[in-house]
Design a protein around this ligand. Structure first.
Ligand SMILES: Cc1ncc(COP(=O)(O)O)c(C=O)c1O
Length: 396
């Protein structure tokens, strides 16, 4: 069986040995130096000013929305556009935090929102923010999307949980908007078992995310931001400042175990991305070239394509169902990420949602006719040959 996730870590054996030594000798295992060191490493990798490490990508999505609300950049009832093809916890925080969630359809050949699709919605609705998912390492014309958002004074946040390492037109994805979110869940680009982050160049936003991440207190702010917040709220006592809660927050902190793992795994990240890109280029063209069975997916506009799964969109639900049957016990498959969010049971059960704005959408087609299999850096030649055999219809 070719599993979706083959290992917990890249270089698993040595990573586990180092982790065991670390746990045995660490003076502190709650949030501390290792986490902060990982934040600096991630900023270096991503090429941004600041990174805030959290306990999951879902937490990163929740924290960025709460931070924007706390800062007054978003207000209750504002319309936030999101990619219809995404993960549940991209759209759920919008609903949970009192925003109006507006789905935007994706292009069939990139699986992502394009400026064309976005414009269609912006011309109809007064959108305050776009929460754009860079699905499975791809993007469409995200530079044009960033330009439109800037011109119309719309906040652009990238959910980059599926695209760490991907680059488009000389820039890493995750650097096109005000901030971006990341996930380090097992099987994603690099693993801290569970983990997530927010990257940004916006210092005010970064400080607010740090408040949101831990109880609404100011302990993890730098001295300037801490002095500012204490002055604003007239907190002069060192004693009370330990338990002063300034803004709505949560506890979304990671542990030193995750920080330590991040510091090990990020050293391998370039290697992991290259290996996955090689796999993709070996497998995808040979699958997509069967144009009577599959829709082609474009990838040659990407400078670097970093994904953890290979998407396949079939020409009909019957072809997809036949493949699902054929892969049983041989190749582990999933729908294309979370699928079309407007088709999910939770979506229709909430007030603050734009229903039925998409009609017959590409997101729905991908939901009904798509699938993916894992793109592991450890895929063997035999496994790749098996995948090509199955998808080319050579074996029954
Ligand atoms: C687009 C997207 N956003 C957010 C998440 C949530 O990340 P996590 O699993 O770390 O909570 C995922 C998870 O796969 C995702 O695909």
């Amino acid at each position: 069986m070719i599993k979706l996730i083959k290992s917990t870590f890249y270089n698993e054996e040595s990573t586990k040995q180092e982790l065991t030594r670390f746990i045995g000798s660490a003076a502190q295992l709650s949030f501390g130096q290792e986490c902060e060191r990982f934040e600096r490493h991630l900023s270096g990798y991503q090429g941004c000013d600041d990174s805030i490490f959290l306990n999951s990508g879902s937490s990163a999505n929740l924290a960025i929305i709460q931070a924007l609300l706390n800062l007054g950049r978003l207000k209750n009832g504002d319309i936030v556009a999101f990619s219809a093809l995404t993960w549940s916890t991209n759209v759920m925080p919008l609903i949970q935090l009192g925003l109006e969630a507006l789905p935007v359809d994706v292009e069939l050949d990139t699986l992502n929102v394009s400026s064309r699709k976005l414009r269609q919605m912006l011309d109809q609705f007064p959108v305050k923010m776009v929460f754009l998912t860079n699905l499975l390492g791809f993007c469409d014309d995200i530079d044009e999307i960033a330009k439109i958002c800037q011109e119309r004074n719309i906040i652009l946040i990238e959910d980059n949980c599926e695209a760490l390492g991907s680059a488009y037109r000389g820039r890493k994805l995750g650097n096109f908007g005000s901030a971006s979110t990341f996930s380090f869940y097992v099987g994603h680009h690099m693993s801290t078992i569970e983990g997530g982050a927010i990257c940004t160049d916006d210092q005010e936003l970064a400080s607010m995310v740090r408040l949101v991440r831990a109880h609404g207190w100011d302990r993890n702010l730098n001295l300037t931001a801490q002095t500012e917040v204490r002055k604003k709220f007239n907190i002069n006592s060192a004693f009370y400042s330990r338990y002063t809660f300034y803004e709505l927050g949560y506890n979304l902190r990671p542990t030193e175990v995750a920080g330590f793992l991040g510091n090990i795994q990020i050293k391998y990240l370039d290697e992991i991305v290259q290996q996955r890109q090689r796999n993709y280029l070996e497998l995808a063209p040979r699958i997509y070239q069967q144009s009577d069975r599959f829709y082609p997916i474009r990838y040659d506009h990407m400078d670097t394509l970093s994904n953890f799964a290979v998407p396949v969109v079939c020409r009909s639900p019957e072809i997809r169902d036949e493949l699902v049957k054929k892969c049983e016990g041989r190749i582990e498959l999933r729908p294309v990420v979370g699928g079309d969010m407007t088709q999910q049971p939770f979506f229709d059960r909430h007030e603050r949602i734009f229903r039925k704005v998409l009609g017959r959408s590409n997101a729905k087609l991908i939901h009904e006719q798509g699938l993916y299999f894992g793109n592991n850096p450890e895929l063997t030649d035999d496994e790749k040959a098996e995948i090509i055999d199955v998808f080319s219809g050579k074996t029954q």
